[in-house]
Design a protein around this ligand. Sequence first.
Ligand code: AMP
Length: 451
Amino acid sequence: MQTTFQDLNVSTPLLNAIEDLGFIHPTPVQEQAFSVVRSGKDVVGIAQTGTGKTFAYMMPILRDLKFSDQKHPRVLVLVPTRELVLQVVEEIEKLAKYISLRVLGVYGGANINVQKREIMQGQDIVVATPGRLYDLALSKALNMKSIQKLVIDEVDVMLDLGFRFQLLNIFDVLPERRQNIMFSATMTEDVDELIQDFFKSPEKISIAVSGTPLDNIAQQCYDVPNFFTKVNLLNHFLKDKETFTKVLVFVAFKRTADLLFNSLDESFADEICLIHSNKTQNYRIRSIRQFDEGKNRILVATDVMARGLDFDGVSHVINFDTPSFPENYMHRIGRTGRAEKEGQSILFSTQKEQENKEAIEELMGIQIPKIALPEEIEISEILTEDERPREDIERSKNRSGLEYVPGPAFHEKSEKNSKTNQGGSYRREIANKYKKPKTRGDKNYNKRNKK
Ligand code: AMP
């Protein structure tokens, strides 16, 4: 028989909140983490987002957090991005619906004085990005002497973003007697080193063998020759608005994300948003909100940025490229089919990416069903800089001021394929874009939003 939240000995106010949310059974990570976190020992959990890990550490913490009106916070949750601060705060508020709890999210880029005032009012839990947290501690606005529990969520992402130094600084100003609770989607060398250095014989929680695809995700893959043919295929899918209702498109690099964003059909302009780490905070928050609320149907995202985010009802995850780390594929597809909902994942692979795909299939122990490229998809002749042979790039560099337009060595488009809605200037436009990637006004956006 499946465990219930009552079996876990969750307190009544929490049970009521969980019932309001409609959750029936604890997820495996919640089941495993509950007593371990309550024991007070250091805990290391390896779990992907989408497994319910936020509640996994928050349920036992809130279960034992007694009401207090003391000023200094007792629980500190560190997360890598501002977006995640907002999301974790939201989750905590949902869970704490029937208890009296003060929770505050703080992150860089926002007014620090406002945050100082909010901290001074007294908080129980502070959720923070490491840089801002340290600034607040240094300024004495935030007193850390009462912190009993430190949660570090998405440690792998945090270390990826170069936060190790800030983390060490924070450890220095925290009380030595505290419980450390850490969650990471993957076990990297950096994560392991951090655990060895700062954790006292931690209890390990590991959810499913990493690489096991979630059962309720249908997977498909397409062999696609190059970037711009992938764009054509993606455009083809996105036109089907009834099926592709909430689409998360993953790309590995920021510049590819920008190029893709700019290359998608104009007709989707009002439906697409973008997120990667070069975007301003306001831009990112707006993108997430619009996608989450359904105002934008399509979100183009890089791996690191989207890892910790939690979106409801993503109908499709499109892997625009094939990740070279198979684990990243697992993270990506885990964004659909979340918490018992059906989802669909589609993978695009070029010839060069076949090896990556094989590694993913090996990790999962299954073959991803392959679908033939629909006939109506135009095979693009245009190559991105990465796709072009080296000497070609040198040659075009020497023709200063000239756009790169493929020469006669490339085969002509068939008549059928030339009848697309991309207009006569499409090729020139794209060639221009790839030479000088633009980020759809983001620079100006930054200027406008400078405080
Ligand atoms: P997380 O892994 O913390 O990002 O959670 C993923 C999603 O699952 C969030 O939307 C949670 O609100 C939801 N969730 C958490 N616990 C449960 C549960 N026991 N049953 C169903 N959904 C849950």
